[in-house]
Write a protein that binds this ligand. Structure first.
Ligand SMILES: [Zn+2]
Length: 302
């Protein structure tokens, strides 16, 4: 184990001093493909849809189901990153680890948040900080596509046409989901428009579609429920007679079950936010993730 770790460190150090040599390292099937590395699975899937072509391969540093905010990169993550020509992250403080992670690597960096308007967190220790989870709204997902198409085109101008064409096709799919969601909310009685979750990850969705957002903690980096937050959530669910509450796939729903037991509301299910599911799961792509979330929310609130 120790030997393997030392070997990884050695390869990493070699890569640091000879980046071009390492950029050519690739598996048999990926010969000559350029590597685009994303910080998390949702972003990797969006990029894959834009850059799908024989020239590129896209990978995510964090794997499906893994908590992303406070992830601790491994030596092999560093080796992967040194092979990439560009590293794409979300920003808005989502990947606490990414700034340090890329600081020693000779890799270009695209940060989605640099070109996206934030929604700010309004409470507690996170007050005034941008909420990172913009991709959770299909409307913002369309903006992610535009930003990635433009940024990749600047780095690889000869592929602009390909990126733009793929981007348009992909945005059409996102528009359909956007329309479905709008239709559902418009038909939902106003007093049922509450989205109660574990993490405060739905601000963009709530804002873009007219839902009231309630959560147990602001971001997963601090996934502890305080008595004050618990009491506030319980009283709101009771007072507004909220038909269902939800949690997210990357955290335990234990705290939300307390709300269920205290109020008699039902548990609506797990929503996917920070990570896609494994291939066999219900959210194995960004589009499937949005559709799954919409379906779960529909079933819970209708
Ligand atoms: Zn999160």
């Amino acid at each position: 184990m120790r030997k393997k770790f030392l070997l990884l460190i050695l390869v990493y150090l070699i890569c640091l001093f000879s980046t071009t040599a390492c950029k050519r390292i690739s598996t048999k099937n990926e010969t000559k493909k350029e590597l685009v590395l994303a910080s998390f699975t949702v972003l990797a899937d969006i990029i894959e849809n834009i850059a799908k072509n024989d020239d590129f391969v896209v990978r995510s540093i964090t794997k499906p189901g893994i908590e992303v905010h406070g992830y601790k990169p491994t030596p092999s993550d560093l080796i992967n990153a040194s092979e990439a020509f560009v590293f794409v992250d979300n920003g808005f403080g989502f990947e606490i680890w990414s700034e340090k992670f890329v600081s020693n690597l000779q890799v270009k960096k695209i940060t989605i948040a640099d070109d996206l308007g934030p929604i700010f967190i309004s409470e507690d220790t996170y007050k005034g900080k941008p909420n990172p989870h913009a991709w959770i709204s299909p409307k913002r997902g369309i903006l992610y596509v535009d930003i990635i198409v433009e940024s990749l085109s600047e780095l690889r101008p000869s592929k602009r046409e390909l990126f733009e064409k793929n981007g348009e096709t992909y945005k059409n799919e996102l528009s359909k989901i956007d329309q479905d969601f709008s239709l559902f909310i418009n038909n939902l009685e106003k007093d049922k428009r509450y989205l109660v979750s574990c993490e405060g990850a739905f601000s963009y969705l709530a804002n873009d579609y007219g839902l009231n957002e309630v959560y147990l903690w602001p971001v997963n980096a601090e996934s502890q429920i305080t008595p004050k937050r618990m009491a506030r959530t319980i009283s709101l669910v009771k007072e507004k007679n909220v038909p269902a509450v939800f949690c997210e796939s990357t955290v335990s729903n234990e705290s939300q079950m307390v709300v269920v037991n205290e109020t008699g509301t039902k548990f609506g299910g797990n929503l996917y936010v920070d990570s896609l599911s494994v291939d066999s799961g219900p959210a194995n792509s960004y589009l499937e993730m949005l559709k799954h979330n919409l379906e779960i929310i529909k079933r819970g609130l209708e």
